[in-house]
Design a protein around this ligand. Structure first.
Ligand SMILES: CC(C)(COP(=O)(O)OP(=O)(O)OC[C@H]1O[C@@H](n2cnc3c(N)ncnc32)[C@H](O)[C@@H]1OP(=O)(O)O)[C@@H](O)C(=O)NCCC(=O)NCCS
Length: 426
């Protein structure tokens, strides 16, 4: 096959290079399109536009494939821990035992946050959404390290480690603030996820016991969310970073992008749907009928996916952990979830359209079983996605062909006209 694409506009033909990725994905390289033709490409939401070349994550939605640095997500989740995945994404290699131990020590040495940051929490209203707090305090971290260049070789690793180490502390403090409990300091003797759970759930007047099953399930969820190539928040981190904004500011922007219900909020919607069924006293059958009714905008939350059209590989990985945690629970919402899922999977409408539970269906249930409140779900997602954002930022910064993100537009406003004095305006 030729490695040239031809675009015909009227009588004029323009030739542009065809390029191919390492998994056989083909693209027309339009970087010279405007220079040779005066034309630009219009692609709202960038659904057909490769914003970059990347070697971090590969997804094949039709086949249900998700690879990080070439390693299938199933194998990653079977053999690694979240911090190992962080290392893999950041440094493009699996760590040796010694490298992993050093990395874990660096992270646990950095879990404390500057003491003054506690004042930020006091300044927010008690009912502030934790994502508002999280994005603000992450951005404020930059001011404590403002004389460092986060992309300089001797500073990048320090900055990445700092963010990975401190985000759980900042996240747990957002939760403690919202429920009016004392902030719990991190414990460097505990593993990453155990430490986070302790900061979330321990109180000074009681002995805290780590629940290993819950910690393992949460660690796996963090791994499953670690990167998902050029989604809305990763693209935001790249766009902000392309202006050479520092890594803290770029990640804070990513957190804001993730906050939106169309991106990070789907698992919250799953729990809201289940609560709606419980409170309205509706049946599972009625819920499924509503989801199938084309005249009704209601959809079965946590089912279907924009990219994964046969199954969501992340959902397969987490299903068994979810069932294990649910088995020991008598939470009525979790029972509704199980019945709803079983019924949908036997319903011809969902079978015909290949609609299966996605990762958000299970993650919402696991968070609920762990005791994490619904408005902290997106915060959990942010902790998991952090290594992906940092790696995407670093890859962009290291690209010698990097340019500031500055898309074009097709102007549809008024053509030139004379500016009228205010007395003549109708
Ligand atoms: C994720 C989502 C937006 C993908 O939308 P999409 O790409 O437009 O979906 P598809 O084109 O694959 O849909 C195929 C068919 O299934 C239907 N469908 C898809 N998801 C559905 C759902 N959750 N409930 C009911 N019907 C659904 C569509 O209406 C369509 O029906 P039709 O062929 O009769 O017109 C959609 O599945 C959805 O809204 N899911 C619920 C929200 C959710 O869980 N989001 C998180 C995703 S990680």
């Amino acid at each position: 096959m030729s490695n040239i694409a031809e675009i015909k506009v009227g009588e004029q033909t323009y030739q542009l290079p065809l390029i191919e990725g390492s998994e056989g994905e083909k693209a027309i390289d339009i970087r010279k399109l405007r220079a040779v033709s005066g034309l630009v490409a219009l692609d709202e939401g960038f659904a057909n536009t490769g914003g970059c070349s990347s070697s971090i994550t590969f997804i094949d939605g039709e086949k249900g494939i998700l690879h990080h640095r070439g390693y299938p997500i199933e194998q990653v989740c079977d053999h690694a821990s979240f911090l190992e995945v962080c290392y893999l994404l950041l440094f493009d290699k699996l760590p040796t035992q010694q490298e992993l131990s050093e990395f874990k020590s660096e992270v646990s040495d950095n879990v404390l946050v500057p003491e003054e940051i506690k004042n930020f929490y006091k300044a927010f209203p008690r009912d502030a959404h934790p994502m508002a707090l999280l994005s603000s305090v992450v951005c404020s971290l930059s001011s404590y390290y403002q004389h460092e260049d986060s992309n300089a070789p001797d500073h990048f690793r320090k900055t990445a480690v700092r963010l990975i180490a401190k985000l759980p502390t900042l996240a747990a403090w957002a939760y403690k603030t919202s429920i009016g409990e004392p902030l719990v300091y991190p414990d460097s003797n505990l593993g990453y996820t155990e430490n986070f759970l302790k900061m979330m759930f321990s109180v000074p007047n009681k002995t805290y016991q780590t629940n290993t099953d819950m910690a393992k399930a949460l660690d796996k969820l963090f791994m499953l969310h670690a990167d998902h190539e050029q989604n809305c928040s990763a693209t935001t981190v790249r766009v902000v970073g392309s202006s050479e904004a520092n890594l803290y500011a770029s990640v804070a922007a990513g957190i804001c992008a993730l906050w939106g219900p169309l991106h990070g909020g789907a698992n919250q919607k799953v729990l809201e749907m289940l609560t709606g069924i419980k409170e309205s006293g509706g049946t599972i059958a009625e819920c499924l009928e509503m989801a199938k009714d084309k005249g009704n905008s209601f959809r079965l939350m946590g089912f279907g996916h924009r990219v994964y059209k046969n199954f969501d590989p992340r959902a397969r990985v987490i299903k068994a952990d979810c069932e294990k945690l649910l088995a020991g629970s008598d939470d009525p919402l979790l029972k509704i979830a199980k019945n709803l899922c079983d019924s949908a999977l036997q319903d011809q409408y969902f079978i015909d359209r290949k609609l299966y539970p996605n990762v958000d269906f299970y993650s919402g249930l696991i968070y609920r079983a762990i005791g994490i409140p619904t408005d902290m779900f997106t915060v959990m997602f942010a902790i998991g996605r952090l290594p992906g954002w940092i790696s995407q930022w670093k890859e962009m910064m290291d690209n010698p062909e990097r340019r500031i993100a500055r898309p074009r537009q097709i102007y549809t406003g008024a053509t030139p006209r004379d500016f009228p004095p205010i007395s003549q305006r109708g």
